[in-house]
Design a protein around this ligand. Structure first.
Ligand SMILES: [Zn+2]
Length: 233
């Protein structure tokens, strides 16, 4: 086995926690989350101990990002909604910026003004956000009593590198990209966040809670890991 001599580059985030852990962010950055008292030498030794795991995870990350699909805003291009692909029609007559009708996305043609497609991207984000605000609260309401926690609010926005988040006060926020995923994957994201209202971390106790509601959560989690990067506009 090849000995890796150089440690990968990483960022350190210190906080009021008791143990250190390492995460590979969705943009490929390696973050070491450490207690405030941990010095640089200790952190370096933690990274060294886990370097094989880090390289393995980075390799998987690169593999996953290969599933990222560059899309063009032209007739016939496919875009996702609830796990299904719908073709795009550039519509010169429509009044709405973007709507899903008769099995196609109808985009107001005037919005395609440049190669970057900033206005088209905004139209898609607004579409997913609108759908999310309409549908997600009801889906959350379905799972909340099963988990025994009722969130104080449900919002849909750009949550950065996270599919969703749960605040300490119990506010759930979902990334608008969630609406591109199949329903069973969204269910997993919902259950995951609701279970954080019992356990803030990803301990065994946390996964036990998820398992009670979704015994096949591992498969759903794996799907998200594999296909997450392909979910964009
Ligand atoms: Zn989590």
């Amino acid at each position: 086995m090849k000995v890796v001599e150089r440690l990968p580059e990483y960022e350190v985030k210190r906080s009021r926690r008791t143990t250190a852990d390492i995460v590979v962010e969705r943009d490929g950055r390696i973050i070491v989350r450490a207690p405030e008292w941990a010095d640089d030498a200790l952190i370096a030794s933690v990274v060294k101990d886990r370097q094989y795991w880090i390289f393995k995870t980075l390799a998987e990350w690169r593999e996953m990002n290969r599933s990222h699909i560059p899309r063009e805003y032209r007739n016939g291009e496919g875009f996702l909604y609830l796990g299904r692909t719908y073709r795009l029609t550039l519509d010169p007559d429509t009044t709405e910026d973007l709507a899903l009708k008769n099995g196609r996305f109808h985009l107001k043609r005037d919005l395609v003004v440049d190669a970057e497609g900033q206005r088209v991207r905004e139209a898609f984000q607004n579409f997913y956000q609108r759908k999310g605000i309409k549908l997600l609260p009801g889906w959350v309401d379905y799972f909340a009593p099963k988990i025994g926690k009722i969130p104080v609010s449900v919002s849909v926005r750009d949550t950065g590198h996270w599919w969703a988040s749960c605040s300490a006060k119990g506010s759930l926020a979902f990334h608008w990209k969630c609406m591109m995923a199949p329903r069973r994957i969204i269910d997993y994201i919902i259950v995951h966040e609701l279970c954080h209202m019992h356990h803030r971390d990803h301990t065994e106790a946390f996964w036990n809670e998820v398992d009670k509601i979704l015994p096949d959560y591992r498969e759903r989690k794996e799907w998200l890991r594999k296909h997450g990067a392909g979910m964009d506009v």
